[in-house]
Design a protein around this ligand. Structure first.
Ligand SMILES: [Zn+2]
Ligand SMILES: [Zn+2]
Length: 207
């Protein structure tokens, strides 16, 4: 199943993307699933049913959790998680509660992931391609494997309808629930879908 792992709705103050537009357009963008990852909130649960929608689209609720040491896409029982935890605290919490965490745009100049988080193994899954990154930031992220044992997935980081599905990740197996998604990610049953994303990795000089 093709998933966009990183999508912001209007619940995020910085986003212009309506939930109804996600529901309306995701399938025609080739997506089988969308993870809603608003900044520091899972309030999306008040507006939408998680899981398979009428047209077969799978909606999963997560969150982009902000810390001073980087931002993390987290999936798990985090509806009540307090804001303002450190990276170590939220990553430990994700682990303890059976959830999963992904370092969002780890090499973005603004809001990068502190290297120790990856070096010391607190987070082993990173966003290799982020739709809002500069190309060199994606290239740096995709190079992390040279020094660290990490795996890659990707997301659009959509804040507008135009961006929805610009980057996606292939998940092997059927995903119907948040637990399905967490298990698939934990077991490494995914691959960054690079078919349409070569542009995001080419050197900027080739523009
Ligand atoms: Zn934002
Ligand atoms: Zn984001």
């Amino acid at each position: 199943m093709l998933f966009d792992f990183h999508v912001h709705t209007r619940i995020s103050p910085c986003s212009d993307l309506d939930l109804k537009d996600i529901l309306k357009h995701a399938r025609s963008r080739g997506l089988d699933g969308v993870c809603i990852t608003d900044h520091d909130t899972m309030d999306i649960r008040n507006f939408c049913q998680e899981g398979i929608q009428r047209d077969g689209l799978c909606i999963i609720f997560g969150m982009e959790y902000s810390t001073a040491e980087g931002d993390f896409l987290i999936f798990g029982p985090f509806e009540g998680v307090p804001r303002g935890l450190s990276a170590k605290e939220i990553l430990t919490e994700a682990d303890k509660s059976g959830g999963v965490a992904i370092a969002a745009h780890p090499c973005r100049k603004a809001r990068p992931t502190m290297e120790y988080v990856i070096k010391e193994g607190y987070c082993r899954i990173v966003e290799g391609i982020n739709g809002r990154n500069q190309r060199h930031e994606n290239q740096m992220a995709m190079s992390l494997y040279q020094n660290y044992s990490v795996s890659f997935l990707g997301g659009s980081d959509s804040h507008t309808l135009e961006e929805l599905g610009s980057i996606s990740t292939l998940i092997y197996g059927a995903i119907r629930t948040r637990s399905d998604l967490i298990n698939a990610v934990k077991q490494g049953n995914f691959a960054l879908d690079t078919r349409n994303h070569m542009n995001s990795l080419q050197p900027e000089s080739s523009l």
